[in-house]
Design a protein around this ligand. Sequence first.
Ligand code: GLN
Length: 188
Amino acid sequence: MRRVAVLAVQGAFIEHEKKLRSLGAETIELRKKSDLEQEFDGLILPGGESTVQGKLLRELGMYDILKEKIETGLPVLTTCAGLILLAQELTNDENRYFATFPVSVKRNAYGRQLGSFHCDGSMKGIGVYPMEFIRAPYIESVSPEVDILAEVDGHIVAVKYKNQTALAFHPELSGDARVHEMFLSQIR
Ligand code: GLN
């Protein structure tokens, strides 16, 4: 059975767990360093507040281990704040976190007025998909080897690079399980 670890220090992690379990996967929560001693075949970094998550990852001693797992090929799906944690560059924030994904990301990119919105966007490999954006970032630029999976209003909102898939929106909040299905299909 496929076992997916969900970072559960802050943010919208329960919704990811429900979605994965509804698809027949086993889930474990990563709340402290010793949780990383368990075996798992995939990782989810959920939405929430990237500054809080990044600080907790370091304080809890989980940062180095997770960074190494991501760099050595663990399949990872990240949403919103998780995209910020993976980005190599943040255009409006001095923090850097895992920095394993060669993209440049703008935090809270839609401003206050458009803080949260919904739209149906087209996603490569999936088709039309309901996208929930909550104080979302978007991707300002990508390295040539990055695969662009979705753009909304001229902004890149979903990307894939090797074992890493990163989304600016929240697939765990939609009634559509195809993003999680796609992720699970990458896990042997
Ligand atoms: N605004 C949050 C941040 O910059 C991300 C929001 C989200 O994950 N829904 O960390």
